[in-house]
Every structure is written in structure tokens, then in C-alpha cells.
Design a binder for this molecule. Structure first.
Ligand code: PLP
Length: 381
């Protein structure tokens, strides 16, 4: 199909149900499939290995992320887990030093003890990545924009280096969503998503995804998916499929509202710094403009006096912005990375990477932007 993304969001993976013609993919709530004779079946044997609802979702994921194959997982970290299971003891991974706290946790607390080594560098400087590679490096793991500092890494530049050395490149594309950025088109080998966020879009499901172009890589990851078993249930697949149908409209509004809130914060006398890649003086602006189609609705900021108490007061004073972990849903959320989403990163490590104790992160939803601004105005005071 050569349709545009808005059309693909609605039609990708969607075939009328063969048995009834139902326009919506049914929730195939089944664990197994009846076979006509031993090993004579319709391509479905056991639901850990195949499920039609999951298959429809995986097709949709592949199409909107410009890959050939999609695989969905029971959570974003389960998708990350599957990628690291491609590796062996002694292998090294070069990863971003500013990324989702749970990714850092699974790398350092789960996989290091199996002999896989992780080196964390500031990936916004391509030469740092290059300098960290060794003959044992098998994977480079990027997140861009990063959570929570909105740092931007040049995916195409890193891909040129990893390709030349035969190293896999995986990009966590959760913050941008396939609507704003397609890392496979920039040379990445694997795209990872927490579908819990923008893909699902309604804060009602936990799910992860991997998308790739290469058939052999798909086979290896599918083998891990079915062998390790972190598969999502069919109802959750249905919810993410439904979420994808409005991804393009939601992302447009997230971007519009994000821009309005970012500018409001920047002009506020009590705000010291706003982290949002759409500002022309953001260090990653040129690269973001090149590799993204919009700047999204994720914004972090610091107050002028830099006091943790004042930040906590603001965090507890908003009404439309709910104080909660997560992001990417239709409703706006406010979060304190140091004590919430990023508490699993040691404080020393956080401060070193520029994540202060007073940083506030917003996931700007798709409510009326003026109402959101009024809410922040009142809370900041
Ligand atoms: C939430 C998140 C994850 C983890 O996904 P889960 O669905 O919570 O397991 C990974 N990366 C990023 C950028 C996230 O925001």
C-alpha cells in the first residue's frame, strides 16, 4: 500500500473478519485452535505463538512504522527484554545516558548479571558513540527525544556507523510515535515502542512493540517472543489497534498543544528553563527538524529558584494535569522524574546527566490548550 499515514492508521492490518465480515477485528479470546488432523491447521496452533487479533495489530504496527514486520509484547520493557536476549555473555551494548528509567534498570539490574555489558554515553554527540564501540559491541540503543530531558540524537548519523561495523541499532521511538518519526527509514534495524503511551493513547493498556525490516531478525525475535512468552492478550491488542486509528489526529493536537504550553512556560517569569525540541535554540533543533515531522507534546521544565519544595508544590497544585507516571494519553499528566519515573536511576547518575531534583515533566494531552495553560498558570502562581 502506498497510502499516506492518516489512511494507513485507519486501514493498516484491518481486513473484514473472514467468518462474519465484521469490520472490526474480533477479540479472539482463545488459547488454542482445533486442528482437522494432526499438524493440519489454519496457521494457528496455540495462542502464545499466534493470535489473529495480535496478528492484525502486528501488521498495523509494521505498516505505520515503515517496517516489514511487527511483534507485540505484554509491555514496553518486555519488548526491550526480547531485544537484549538476542545477545550473549560478553557482548556489549552502547546506550544513551539519558533514557527511560526502566530501560536503565533492566539493562543494569537484570542483564548485567548475565554477563552483558552496558556503556552509557551522551549519544547527542555522535563521536561519543563511536568512541564507545569495541569489537564486543553488538547493539547500540538509542532513545530520541529522550525521557525526560528531550535530548535529540541523529539517528541517520549513528546508523551509518553501526551499519559499517555490522552492529544492530535499536531506537526507542516511544516519545515521537510513528507519526512523528520513523527510525527504520533513517537506517535503524529495530524500532521499539512502549505502546502503552501514544500508540494506545488512552491510558488503558500496558503493551510493547518491536518493528523491523529484516526477515532473519524478525525470525530471531519471533522465536524469543514465543519461547519467552511475553505476549499481550487479545483484548489489549484490540485496544492498541483502536488507538492507532486516531494516532494521526491525536498527534497533531499533542503537537499544537505542546507548542502552546512550551511557549507559555518559556515566557513565564518563574520558569528558568524549558526542555522542548521545538525551540530554535534547543541544541537538537536542527536534527529534530530533519528527522521528525513535529515536536510532540512532551515538555520538561525547571522553576527559577530551583527548589524541590516549590516544584513539589506545583506538582500537587494542578487540576487538569494529573500527577501520575506514564505519558501519551489523551489526558494531560504531570510528573516528577526524580521521585517517580526515574527513581530507579541512582541520584548521582541522574544529576551527572542533567536531571535535577526539581525537574517537572509534562505530557500535554489533547484538551483545550487555553484550559491547560490556565491550569499551569494557577499552579505556578
Ligand atoms: C514507558 C516507557 C517504556 C516502558 O514501557 P512499558 O510499556 O511501561 O513497559 C520504555 N521507553 C519509554 C521511552 C517509555 O516512556
Amino acid at each position: 500500500m502506498s497510502h499516506n499515514l492518516a489512511t494507513l492508521c485507519i486501514h493498516a492490518g484491518m481486513e473484514p473478519d473472514p467468518s462474519t465480515g465484521a469490520i472490526m477485528t474480533p477479540i479472539y479470546q482463545t488459547s488454542t485452535y482445533v486442528q482437522e488432523a494432526p499438524a493440519q491447521h489454519k496457521g494457528f496452533e496455540y495462542a502464545r505463538s499466534q493470535n489473529p487479533t495480535r496478528q492484525a495489530l502486528e501488521t498495523a504496527l509494521a505498516v505505520i512504522e515503515k517496517g516489514n514486520y511487527g511483534l507485540s509484547f505484554s509491555s514496553g520493557v518486555a519488548a526491550t527484554d526480547a531485544v537484549i536476549k538476542l545477545l550473549q555473555p560478553g557482548d556489549e551494548v552502547v546506550a544513551a545516558n539519558d533514557m527511560y528509567g526502566g530501560t536503565y534498570r533492566i539493562f543494569t539490574k537484570v542483564f548485567e548479571k548475565f554477563g552483558i555489558r552496558f556503556r552509557f554515553v551522551d549519544t547527542t554527540q555522535v563521536e561519543n558513540v563511536e568512541a564507545a564501540l569495541s569489537s564486543a559491541t553488538k547493539l547500540v540503543w538509542l532513545e530520541t527525544p529522550t525521557n525526560p530531558l528531550m535530548n535529540i540524537t541523529d539517528i541517520a548519523a549513528i546508523a551509518t556507523i553501526t551499519k559499517a561495523k555490522g552492529i544492530l541499532l535499536c531506537v526507542d521511538n516511544t516519545f515521537a510515535s510513528p507519526y512523528l518519526q520513523n527510525p527504520l527509514e533513517l537506517g535503524a534495524d529495530i524500532v521499539m515502542h512502549s505502546a502503552t503511551k501514544y500508540l494506545g493513547g488512552h491510558s488503558d493498556v500496558i503493551q510493547g512493540a518491536l518493528i523491523m525490516k529484516d526477515a532473519d531478525l524478525r525470525e530471531r525475535l519471533y522465536f524469543i517472543q514465543k519461547s519467552c512468552g511475553a505476549v499481550p492478550g487479545p483484548q489489549d491488542c484490540f485496544l492498541v489497534l483502536r488507538g492507532i486509528k486516531t494516532l494521526h489526529i491525536r498527534m497533531e493536537r499533542h503537537c499544537q498543544n505542546g507548542a502552546m504550553v512550551a511557549h507559555f512556560l518559556r515566557n513565564h517569569p518563574k520558569v528558568a528553563k524549558v526542555y522542548w525540541p521545538g525551540f530554535e535554540d534547543h541544541p537538537g533543533y536542527a536534527i529534530a527538524s530533519k528527522q521528525m515531522r513535529g515536536f510532540g507534546g512532551m515538555i520538561s521544565f525547571e522553576l527559577k529558584n530551583n527548589s524541590v519544595e516549590e516544584a513539589k508544590r506545583v506538582l500537587s497544585s494542578t487540576h487538569l494535569f494529573s500527577l501520575a507516571e506514564s505519558l501519551g494519553g489523551v489526558e494531560s499528566l504531570i510528573n516528577h522524574p526524580a521521585s517517580m519515573t526515574h527513581a530507579s536511576i541512582p541520584r548521582e547518575e541522574r544529576i551527572k546527566n542533567g536531571l535535577s531534583d526539581s525537574l517537572i515533566r509534562l505530557s500535554v494531552g489533547i484538551e483545550d490548550a487555553n484550559d491547560l495553560i490556565a491550569d499551569l498558570e494557577k499552579a505556578i502562581g
